[in-house]
Design a protein around this ligand. Structure first.
Ligand code: ADP
Ligand code: ASP
Ligand code: MG
Length: 422
């Protein structure tokens, strides 16, 4: 008998019929002799609906007090879906109980809308499991030290599931979603994308951080830190398929580079439209200039991603960097009002219509010319590269947003990702 954690995403919980299917699948696993913890997301569209209501009432307010209420509001989506799943399991004759984060307790810090899990109390859950009940725990939420409800950021139910699996020392955490695994890129953008049978933990970490929304980045970090066996698989297979077949389906996030691992140089392509580019033009090329610009941005609690400083010309230089789109207006205001004038900048320009496209693969460590292949492929499509950043196992470029899908498709082809690996 093993302890298993299942996580079901919003689409998988999207209607009472789908919730009934989830209940039947979970009951099958429990009847096969496993202790089961299930972490559901809110029914699809519910989190957006709730946050939309808040925006209608308060279009621009973004205070701490507002964020506290946003979390109290958004957390209700998972509370509803969890209770519905418990009801569906009971209707299937399977004893089940649902808990909100604060009832477990899932303790987080107080960073509303992006809280981090600090600890999970396993006692209550253990007692239920030992009594033969399926335990359902809301995804996406926790409670801070003073009892305020918090949420873990969009897509945070993945992180709840992996953190619970780590805390409860589960044998495996299965992430059930609306695709049947991790693909070479988002199959919605490239229909030829292929499912990977395994993907290394490092590649998954890069893909998640570079925009592949199939797993929230923090869930991958947790899996790495606590070595939680993690698999992504489909919730849309018939609920009564053979359990051993089901247990081997989807994509395994692997911690070892074994021989079975697919040995492609580039394993996947990630993209995101969440960033915006800012350029500070014509500042003096003197020591401390980067600090004065980026220090001011960091002091305003704005995270910077890519950075470029141009060679100087007649003692002046240009400086470009990217920030999250949500921070774009605030960054521009700050630079135009204070930093730019203080440094005598010639101009400050911004562009929110950019995207970042990245190739990821551990094979890049041992192969040369991968980045130049990427640049050639983009140039053949007439796509101009605005910024580049590299690490050991990835190369990212910033390009005009309107070429995103074209770039992803071209790169998918260039790196033979539509071909079965030999
Ligand atoms: P859930 O609601 O189950 O958490 P998400 O929408 O968060 O589901 O994540 C699943 C989606 O992630 C898929 O429908 C797919 O469009 C998208 N996706 C992006 N990149 C990838 C990828 N490399 N492999 C698989 N799916 C991906
Ligand atoms: N319901 C939350 C969201 O939509 C959390 C999740 O689905 O993982 O972001
Ligand atoms: Mg998700």
């Amino acid at each position: 008998m093993a302890l298993i954690v299942h996580k079901y995403g919003g689409t998988s919980m999207g209607s009472t019929e789908r919730i009934r299917n989830v209940a039947r699948r979970v009951a099958k696993w429990a009847r096969a002799g496993h202790q089961m913890i299930v972490v559901p997301s809110a029914m699809s569209g519910e989190t957006n609906r709730l946050l939309g209501l808040a925006k209608e009432l308060s279009p621009s307010l973004a205070s701490q007090a507002f964020h506290r209420e946003l979390d109290a509001l958004a957390a209700t989506g998972e509370q509803a879906s969890s209770a519905l799943l418990a009801i569906a399991l009971q209707a299937e004759g399977m004893p089940a109980v649902s808990y909100a984060g604060w009832q477990v307790t899932i303790r987080t810090n107080s960073a509303y809308t992006k809280a981090r899990i600090e600890s999970i109390d396993d006692q209550r859950v253990k007692a239920d499991l030992d009594a033969g009940r399926v335990v359902i725990i809301t995804g996406f939420q926790g409670v801070d030290e003073t009892g305020n409800v918090t949420t873990l950021g969009r897509g945070g139910s993945d992180t709840s599931a992996v953190a619970i699996a780590a805390a409860m020392k589960a044998k495996e955490c299965l992430i059930y979603t609306d695709v049947d695994g991790v693909y070479t890129t988002d199959p919605r953008v490239v229909p030829e994308a292929r499912r990977l049978a395994t993907v290394s933990f490092e590649e998954m970490l890069e893909m998640a951080s570079l925009g592949s929304k199939v797993l929230q980045i923090r869930s991958v970090e947790f899996a790495g830190k606590y070595k939680v066996p993690l698999r992504v698989l489909s919730s849309f297979t018939p609920w009564d398929i053979d359990i051993n077949e089901e247990a081997k389906s989807g994509t395994l996030i692997s911690f070892e580079e074994d021989e079975n691992m697919e040995q492609a140089v580039v394993s996947g392509i990630a993209f995101n439209r969440d960033e915006a580019k800012i350029s500070v033009l014509g500042v003096p090329d003197t020591p401390g200039i980067a600090y004065q610009i980026l220090g001011a941005v960091a002091d305003a609690n704005i995270e910077v991603d890519m950075i470029i400083q141009n060679v100087s010309h007649e003692g002046k230089t240009d400086f470009s960097f990217t920030v999250h789109r949500n921070d774009f207006a605030r960054s521009m205001d700050l630079l135009k009002a204070k930093v730019g004038p203080a440094l005598g900048a010639k101009e400050i320009i911004g562009d929110a219509k950019i995207c970042k496209v990245s190739i990821v693969g551990i094979g890049m460590r041992s192969h040369v010319g991968v980045a130049s292949n990427m640049f050639r492929s983009l140039s053949e499509e007439g796509i101009n590269i605005q910024m580049i950043s590299t690490s050991e196992i990835k190369t990212s470029v910033v390009i005009d947003e309107k070429y995103m899908e074209l770039a992803v498709r071209a790169l998918h082809k260039t790196f033979d990702l539509d071909q079965p690996s030999s």
